[in-house]
Design a protein around this ligand. Structure first.
Ligand SMILES: Cc1cc2nc3c(=O)[nH]c(=O)nc-3n(C[C@H](O)[C@H](O)[C@H](O)COP(=O)(O)O)c2cc1C
Length: 276
């Protein structure tokens, strides 16, 4: 990779940052800054030993109170891959990826540990669901960074939560264990493209949060992103209008103007969680 960290971050955030030398010299930082989700893979397997080793690297990430509430399910069986792929018609890359995993939050183990040690579990509230989700997110990000460091590429799949009961059935998830995201893994068929992010003025704050008004930051981002990464497809012009200027904010507002994953809360409660 010939681009400097400063180049990569300028491309991502539209701002030339001052980068201290130690960070600029770090291949890890450059690799993470150069991240891109890729959805097309070469027809080459990813060995199970490699996937397991990446799982171990990912699970080396920090964990809330050392509770270790993230699990990874490597889906190997063709029958199970097909069953999951059938639930993901809008994500055909999930069927084609040489390897596929599901990152789960697991609060079951903690409850069992309480039973094993004979102590009451008295924190049966939203935190019991939230902490595993955070751990799972950290494990997901760490897995992606490690995979990309050796030339693999990934695509997380939150669409796995569109049919959580079916996914839990296919994977045999016990109560208090839930899917957070699927993860396609493979060798990239193309280099991918960098997806710009909101300017740091919107997302990085010093001492006090910048407040709720994001209109200027969103307008800046829409314009900057459209220069390098205009949307190739527009959502639902029939409903929202074909003449509207399209960019990130229009796409995200259209996406969430449609009901999505409305059964998720019901599923999580049925797994045993109390969310108060
Ligand atoms: C938790 C999570 C869930 C995601 N779910 C999906 C998904 O279901 N389908 C998909 O194609 N991409 C999915 N993505 C990929 C995002 O669309 C992608 O990260 C985003 O567009 C930014 O692009 P970049 O990762 O290349 O920077 C997901 C990403 C994350 C972190």
């Amino acid at each position: 990779m010939s681009k400097t960290l400063q180049d990569l971050l300028a491309e991502r955030f539209g701002e030339t940052l001052v980068i201290p030398e130690a960070l600029a010299a770090s291949p890890v930082a450059r690799g993470i800054a150069n991240h891109r989700t890729i959805r097309h893979y070469r027809d080459e397997p990813v060995a199970l030993d490699l996937v397991r080793a990446l799982c171990a690297v990912a699970l080396s990430a920090p964990s809330k109170s050392d509770l270790q509430q993230a699990d990874l399910v490597i889906v190997q069986s063709p029958a199970q891959r097909s069953a999951l792929a059938a639930l993901l018609p809008d994500n055909p890359w999930a069927a084609k990826a040489p390897a596929f995993l599901v990152v789960c939050g697991n609060n079951s183990r903690q409850r069992q540990v309480h039973a094993l040690r004979g102590h009451p579990f008295v924190n049966d509230h939203l935190d019991a669901f939230f902490n595993p989700a955070v751990d799972a997110g950290i494990v997901l990000g760490t897995f992606i960074a490690a995979a990309e460091a050796i030339g693999l590429c990934t695509c997380p799949i939150s669409a796995i939560r569109n049919h959580p009961e079916a996914v839990a059935e296919v994977l045999g998830l016990p109560d208090y264990v839930y899917p957070v995201a699927g993860l396609c893994l493979g060798w990239p068929a193309h280099p991918g493209a960098m997806s710009p992010r909101l300017g740091l003025a919107a997302t990085v704050h010093v001492d006090r949060h910048g407040g709720a008004d994001c209109a200027a930051a969103v307008a800046e981002y829409d314009a900057r992103r459209n220069l390098t990464r205009p949307y190739r497809e527009r959502r639902d012009d029939a409903r929202f209008g074909a003449e509207v200027t399209y960019g990130w904010s229009e796409d995200k507002a259209r996406q969430y103007a449609r009901p999505e994953r409305q059964g998720w809360g019901k599923f999580v409660r049925a797994r045993g969680f109390k969310l108060d």
